[in-house]
Ligand binder design. Structure first.
Ligand SMILES: Nc1nc2c(ncn2[C@@H]2O[C@H](COP(=O)(O)OP(=O)(O)O)[C@@H](O)[C@H]2O)c(=O)[nH]1
Ligand SMILES: [Mg+2]
Length: 353
């Protein structure tokens, strides 16, 4: 009864690519990520088949997010830390989520030429942010690229993003550990950073603690430690430490990595890491459902007819947005959906018919 014709094409086409990237072939890894970044429907189908095959081999990396204002020294620090880890035999992948790439085509994270030494290290792989598309799509591609890197045997995946707006929240939703890089100012340390970012932090690193700046960095460290103490530990029980470091001079990197190691040990022992990842998988599912439903709503022929008129009705004040939204959703569901919804929500179509 079930038809299986044609459905197996994508998995078999992916086979060669999977074997190559599992064997450590970087060209294959790059090609797999390019496929994942594509928005073409046929590419999306192939990418999904590829990911399904890679999933059993994914999940093994330590996933570390690094965020902070543009110029905080994220790329410099990632390169310095990445070189140490790669020299010690760990395989390090660096991915980027750049919120500017979709809007301007430019980048506020800089590109991989910012990590020239790490880029040529045999144990490292660096992938700049996909260009074009909305931030949600960029984050989607990065999340999937992370799985591919894990299946390719990378045991540390670092995601760089800018701590302005939504991107750091999206990145926090895909990593185990969030390091927030801050700079010491002149007494206004805490004004340049949103409370929301501190709540995401598993580590605050006062960077550029070198030269004349070392004393100010130490003072800023105390200020941040006080602020974090007031916030209290995270739901996992982890209390974020505050350190000073200099990516440029390579000082304090041990303290940064030590926090990652201690965090990993503590959350693995308590089971909180598995819980965090499970929650992230569920959130990811819901993000995809929200996205998919939104796209379907916009593409729906019956909705198109009602939508323009509903927008006009609410902008001119003739109808309330809740009433207009109910009409649009009813058009989306059609007669069948409206019946089904009546059973679920208790809000029957009595107002419509
Ligand atoms: N003094 C000092 N300068 C740094 C340090 N790290 C980065 N920089 C400089 O700050 C600028 C921005 O660095 P970058 O790593 O690109 O920052 P990002 O935008 O956060 O990725 C560059 O000119 C770096 O040379 C540091 O630890 N100390
Ligand atoms: Mg950068």
């Amino acid at each position: 009864m079930a038809s299986d014709g044609g459905a197996d094409d994508a998995p078999s086409a992916a086979e060669g690519l999977i074997a190559a990237l599992r064997a450590g072939d970087r060209v294959a890894l790059g090609r797999a990520i390019t496929l994942i970044e594509s928005r073409r429907p046929d590419h999306r189908r192939h990418a999904q088949a590829l990911l399904a095959r890679l999933l059993p081999h994914a999940g093994g990396a330590w996933r570390v997010g690094i965020t902070g204002m543009p110029g905080a020294g994220k790329s410099t620090l990632i390169e310095a830390l990445g070189l140490r880890l790669a020299d010690a035999g760990r395989r390090v992948a660096v991915l980027a989520v750049d919120p500017s790439s979709g809007v301007t085509g430019g980048s506020i994270l800089g590109d991989k030429t910012r990590m020239p030494r790490l880029a040529v290290h045999p144990n490292a792989f660096i992938r700049p942010s996909p260009s074009g598309g909305a931030l949600g799509g960029v984050a989607r591609a990065t999340r999937e690229a992370m799985l591919v890197c894990e299946a390719a045997g990378f045991d540390v995946v670092v995601v760089e993003t800018v701590g302005v707006g939504q991107s750091e929240t999206l990145v926090a939703g895909m990593v185990d550990f969030v390091a927030v890089l801050v700079l010491a100012g002149a007494g206004d340390e805490l004004q340049g950073i949103k409370r929301g970012i501190l709540e995401l932090a598993d580590l605050v690193a006062v960077n550029k603690a070198d030269g004349d700046n070392a004393g100010r960095a130490a003072a800023a460290r105390a200020d941040y430690a006080r602020a974090l103490h007031l916030l209290g530990p995270k739901p996992s029980g982890w209390a974020a430490p505050v350190v000073t470091c200099s990516g440029l001079e390579g000082t304090g990197l041990d303290a940064v990595w030590d926090a990652v190691v201690r965090h990993h040990a503590a959350l693995t022992a308590s089971g909180a890491l598995a819980g965090l990842r499970a929650e992230q998988q569920r959130d990811w599912l819901w993000a995809l459902l929200d996205e998919g439903l939104h796209a379907r709503l916009r593409a729906h022929a019956g909705v198109a007819a009602v939508l323009a008129e509903a927008e006009a009705a609410v902008t001119s004040g003739r109808e309330t947005p809740p009433a207009a939204a109910a009409r649009v959703l009813a058009a989306f569901e059609g007669p069948e959906g409206a019946g089904a919804m009546a059973g679920v929500s208790g809000h029957g179509p009595e107002g419509i018919r």
